[in-house]
Design a protein around this ligand. Structure first.
Ligand code: ATP
Ligand code: MG
Ligand code: MG
Length: 555
């Protein structure tokens, strides 16, 4: 692999290694909350965390950050594990769960209370918020801040025992209500929530807040580099406050921040993606229009193309928006290398070769992939009646129309040169069939003088008798605004593109595709890259268009 300059996270790690920080270990983690399916932003974080571990002979944990029982579910846990594996990464050991640390986190909270560093507050969320102040106005101390250690210990235990209702009490860290960092103004550590947890059931009715649970979970797991997105930069002093107040060892996990991935023409928050699913704007989390890992996969993205995309965009310190055309560029690049070239006709019209014997057929040899020297060849059937694209015929064509028009020659890919004769129309003037004659000596690859004749256009086709019928789903952007969720006045759903899915149900593809499997990748000659949908059966083939052939990405 070519050597690239180090990104700023690698620079931090190399500096830490040089100084033997945390005994020179590198241990990262990917910490999803199981409240939805992973999206391309998570994929970026996965690639970053797992690759760093690989690069520095370290480890990367998978940790489910499951501290909010009302939004979480095992369906999400399963899909997340599946997506990480599909992306090509393997976490160290078993998956971890913050919920496995609930007892330890509780014990540490008791220690903070004992040390006079945490207290139970009876005020409502609204009252607490009101006392918080603003960055320029110091906050006001709660009247419960001076409770004795004994009273706090008693109340916290009773919170845990379920003696209070949701919202009646919270546990807060006692830090500094005048701090210029709002996150240090006595942040919440625990809230009461009488809710069933997907793993711990009804064992707990108090749940730790992210800021408390996250750093401590990192500590428990021996994480060295806890990489998160920029919004958490201002939380870092709090992360460190908790760790510093709870441990006497030298070892410290360190939080480091990078810019989250934003992609044009889509939204990337699980809450919003869930809304799209629930309101049936899409057909599930893995709808090929979704920016989810499972959606991209179903659309025909390869894991390699997503890893390559993550690598190409690098690690930024400032928030920015990446063009979706770069993601498309990455999948084209990969599919160009691996996708078998096949022929399929999406909008068919019959082409009849008048001088080709009826009932006759022959099998033509064609390259599977000219980009792959080990790609091999296969045979495709040719006969008197073919399908070609309706768009490839024009009755009164301009000079530069190098396709099918009466009186001009065109090559049928891997087959013969044909001369277009005429078109037959029905009573309404719709073309029902096109007639042509072929030059039997012009067979592609035969080496004959006729086969080497220069003909401007080459068309794709399928043999009508042999073709398999298929449904082809063509996707456009799900939103018709570049930044659908960044418009203050307008809900992001207002920007949903009503034409994001086009279903073509009368397509014909070459017979070799009858034995294709879900998620197989193909290039349909002249049309784009397609992948077999999970709905596809031998009786009814279904393809998703991954991307068109043309690359609009400019470097
Ligand atoms: P969302 O708001 O989309 O639900 P989240 O950050 O709440 O995202 P988590 O499940 O907590 O989702 O995220 C798991 C990990 O993925 C975190 O470390 C988070 O920083 C990272 N992550 C989430 N979104 C992005 C993104 N757009 N770009 C890079 N990393 C991301
Ligand atoms: Mg989160
Ligand atoms: Mg979230």
């Amino acid at each position: 692999k070519e050597s690239k300059s180090l990104n700023f996270i690698q620079q931090i790690i190399e500096e830490d290694l040089k100084n033997n920080v945390n005994d020179g270990r590198v241990h990262t983690r990917f910490p999803p909350e199981p409240n939805g399916y992973l999206h391309i932003g998570h994929a970026k974080s996965i690639c970053l965390n797992f690759s760093l571990a690989q690069q520095y002979q370290g480890k990367c944990n998978l940790r489910f950050d499951d501290t909010n029982p009302v939004k979480e579910d095992t369906e999400y846990v399963d899909s997340i594990m599946n997506d990480i594996k599909w992306l090509g990464f393997k976490w160290d050991g078993e998956p971890m769960y913050t919920s496995d640390y609930f007892q330890q986190l509780y014990d540490w909270a008791v220690k903070l209370i004992t040390d006079g560093k945490a207290y139970v507050d009876d005020q409502s969320a609204a009252q607490i918020a009101e006392q918080k102040g603003t960055p320029t106005v110091p906050g006001t101390e709660s009247q419960f801040r001076s409770r004795s250690v004994e009273e706090n210990l008693d109340l916290f235990q009773r919170m845990k025992n379920g003696e209070f209702k949701d919202g009646e009490k919270v546990l807060r860290a006692k830090i500094d209500m005048t701090s210029s960092n709002m996150h240090l103004r006595d942040p919440l550590m625990y809230r009461i929530m009488h809710a069933h947890h997907h793993r711990t059931g009804d064992q707990w009715c108090i749940y730790p807040m992210y800021d408390y649970a996250h750093g401590e979970s990192d500590y428990i797991e021996g994480i060295t580099h806890s990489i998160c997105t920029l919004e958490f930069e201002v939380h870092r002093p709090l992360y460190e406050w908790f760790v510093n107040n709870l441990t006497e060892t030298e070892y410290r996990p360190k939080q480091r921040e990078f810019a989250r991935l934003n992609l044009s023409y889509t939204v990337m928050s699980k809450r919003k993606l869930l809304e799209l699913v629930k309101d049936n704007h899409v057909k599930g989390w893995d709808d090929p229009r979704m920016p989810t890992v499972s959606g991209l996969r179903r659309r025909g993205y390869t894991a390699a193309s997503i890893r390559n995309f993550a690598d190409t965009i690098g690690v930024a310190k400032r928030n920015n928006v990446i063009e979706v055309s770069l993601l498309e560029h990455c999948v084209r690049e990969d599919l160009n290398k691996i996708a078998t070239r096949v022929m399929g006709v999406l909008n068919p019209v019959k082409l009849i070769i008048d001088n080709y014997a009826e009932g006759e057929e022959e099998w033509l040899r064609i390259d599977n992939n000219p980009e792959d020297e080990n790609g091999g060849t296969r045979e495709i059937p040719f006969s008197r009646e073919l399908y070609i694209e309706r768009d490839d015929f024009m009755e009164d064509a301009p000079k530069k129309f190098f396709r099918m028009t009466p009186g001009r020659e065109v090559r049928l890919k891997a087959g013969y040169i044909v001369m277009c004769e005429n078109a037959v129309k029905d009573a309404d003037g719709n073309i029902t069939e096109i007639h042509c004659t072929y030059d039997p000596k012009s067979k592609s690859g035969s080496g004959s003088e006729e086969s080497n004749r220069k003909v401007k256009g080459t068309l794709h086709w399928v043999s009508a008798k042999h073709a398999a019928k298929a449904e082809v789903r063509i996707y456009d952007r799900l939103f018709n605004h570049e930044a659908p969720d960044a418009q203050k006045e307008t809900d992001f759903k207002e920007f949903i593109n009503p034409d994001s899915l086009q279903i073509l149900s009368e397509c014909y593809v070459e017979p070799s595709l009858k034995s294709s499997n879900s998620e197989d990748h193909f290039q349909f000659t002249r049309l784009g890259y397609f992948s077999v949908d999970k709905d596809s059966t031998a009786e009814k083939l279904v393809f998703n268009r991954t991307v068109s052939l043309k690359d609009s990405w400019s470097k």
